[in-house]
Design a protein around this ligand. Structure first.
Ligand code: ATP
Ligand code: MG
Length: 218
């Protein structure tokens, strides 16, 4: 079925942006909860190409992050992965991604942009925040260590008419940064992300001190 094909109903498309370096169960549980609570038809995961706010550290290649996102979401029919940011050169801005998705789907498909409590606080500083507010509903998901109240306050203070839903997500106090640190110090990632992602990280030698990794021709 094509999203938006029945003109007599509206569709709800969730968008989960992230660096996903690597994707973990915190991302997945937030997307799943958004599906349940907001009645989303699908969630499209959009791995960032060259993320605007992460120019200062080494980020795994877009292809590796895209592959891990595919592996982690492969068994959920409601979860899709898009290459729109991976294939776009240069720094990635959320507004461009939302514009692209908006023009891709008919108008009976509503966009819901899902972020954790940390990322939603940044929203008013994002490029073209007012345009983002026109293009998509925002979904602010609870995340351990971050306060949704301050997000509410900064959105109210922005003067921009964001449509926001707040989402209570089962608390997983994990981050990609923590997972990378675990690999670097030889600790297990099991139960923090999917087994397929674990295997991929090991096979590609991601996040480790440099050592020979197995490769195959493209
Ligand atoms: P990093 O530590 O590298 O910043 P991260 O774990 O924050 O990684 P991102 O790719 O930066 O992951 O996050 C993508 C989106 O997922 C953001 O909106 C972020 O707030 C949300 N998110 C990440 N981890 C969680 C979590 N444990 N619970 C809820 N939301 C989360
Ligand atoms: Mg982050």
């Amino acid at each position: 079925p094509v999203l938006g094909q029945d003109p007599s109903r509206t569709y709800r498309l969730g968008i989960m942006g992230g660096t996903f370096d690597p994707i973990h169960n915190g991302h997945l549980v937030a997307a799943e909860q958004a599906c349940n609570d907001l009645g989303l038809d699908v969630v499209v995961f959009v791995p960032a190409g060259s993320p605007a706010f992460k120019q200062d550290r080494r980020v795994s290649t877009p292809e590796d992050r895209h592959a891990m996102t595919l592996l982690a979401t492969a068994d959920n029919p409601r979860f899709l992965v898009s290459r729109i940011e991976v294939d776009r050169p240069g720094v990635t801005y959320t507004v461009d991604t939302l514009e692209l998705l908006r023009s891709h789907y008919p108008s009976n498909v509503e966009l819901y942009f899902i972020t954790g409590a940390d990322a939603i606080i940044d929203i008013i500083s994002w490029r073209d925040a007012a345009r983002i507010a026109q293009l998509a509903h925002l979904v602010g998901a609870t995340r351990p260590g971050y306060d949704l109240e301050s997000a509410r306050a900064s959105i109210a203070a922005s003067g921009i008419d964001f449509k926001v839903s707040y989402l209570e997500v089962p608390a997983l106090a994990i981050s990609s940064s923590d997972l990378r640190a675990r690999v670097a110090s030889g600790q297990s990632l099991r139960y923090l992300t999917s087994d397929a992602v674990l295997g991929y990280i090991e096979k590609r030698g991601l996040y480790e001190a440099p050592r020979p990794a197995y490769t195959a021709p493209d």
